[in-house]
Design a protein around this ligand. Sequence first.
Ligand code: ATP
Length: 433
Amino acid sequence: MAERVPDLMDKVVSLCKRRGFVFQSSEIYGGLNSCWDYGPLGVELKRNIQQLWWRSMVGEHDNIVGLDASILMHPMVWKASGHVDSFADLMVDCKNCKGRFRADEVGTDNCPECGGELTKPRHFNLMFKTHIGPLEEEESTIFLRPETAQGIYVNYLNVLHATRQKIPFGIAQAGKAFRNEITPSNFIFRTREFEQMEMQFFVRPGTEGEWLERWKEERWEFYIRLGIRRERLRFREHAPGELTFYAKQAYDIEYEFPFGWKELEGIHNRTDFDLKRHTQYSGKDLSYFDETTRERFIPYIIETSAGLTRTVLTVLVDGYDEEPERVVLRLDPKVAPIKAGVFPLVKRDGMPERAREIYQMLKPHFNVFYDEGGSIGRRYRRMDEIGTPFGITVDSQTAKDGTVTLRDRDSMEQTRVKIDELKGELAKRIDNA
Ligand code: ATP
């Protein structure tokens, strides 16, 4: 496997800021710990990944439909889900420096920062609380959702009736989630506000084992399609003692970050726990009637729960590379924020006009970028660094035969392509990547 670039995380963080992928939130006020803003390139990258996920779920499956539920939900939802009582981490405080740590991450009796004495572990609920309406009373307390899944469970009957889906079927949702993490860390890896992409798949009891296997395979392929190096991905099965209270069997897809193997996505057999609890707490019957077998049952749920913002970090870290002459971000063309740079070789002989025409021709179809400033080598390197897979250059031959050079970011190979064929050629190269 290729050697890891030294100080990779620092370099990715600095590139993200310099080129406009990710900025510190509220930076001019000193920043807000663990919150990040996605800049012009970051927002494109994030959207591209989300769209590919949506397509891989809703687009490619007849039996998966989408949903966009509200972030604020009835407080009973979080009672029923178990989050009010048990969505907590054990936390310890340092009596000396007042640092606060997750008990499972400290591993000793002393503070990892200053060596001071630690308090006994205490439970700390990770949900953010706020109030709905003008009165800040106990009864008006609500939570920012810590996962998108519950919005799917409480809409399960609505979706079933509205779409006439039959089991097995799934509901997909992507959106913000909030967790008051004790120790957010590693840039956008673990943050207090983040985005998830979740698909909950409802199946007949007894078939959940085979569906878990199917979804494990599909979800693995998704990361391969994003262009992430296979050898840095692995499955990890949760040991029995590690399983969350609702799960019967659980796998994580993990990536080998510079700070270790970490979870990208969980694929869990959540049994009938969630729908049973919501039946119990809401008093509404959430059972399913199977018309062919004339049976009534509470479906089992296989969940695939991925982190969008964590996947953004993964493709950046996985793609970052340094060569003697350039930094190159080897993003898959499907996720790259800008698909092609369009350049006149020099700023004369009608080349800028011709290059602008090409730029205008491509712009409705692809996110392209026009640049005429500096040497052509510098312009290529600026695009390499942000992962732009293709460079299109108008040169002296263009006026003679209507061709331009098409440069490939990774191999730096240049081929001549007719201007009329550029659109098709780009589409083909982006899709086949
Ligand atoms: P961890 O044990 O790392 O806290 P988790 O097991 O609680 O994570 P899940 O509840 O399974 O995570 O969440 C599903 C996915 O949501 C994770 O695989 C991850 O990609 C993403 N995710 C969870 N928490 C965060 C966070 N604080 N910041 C960014 N992404 C997150």
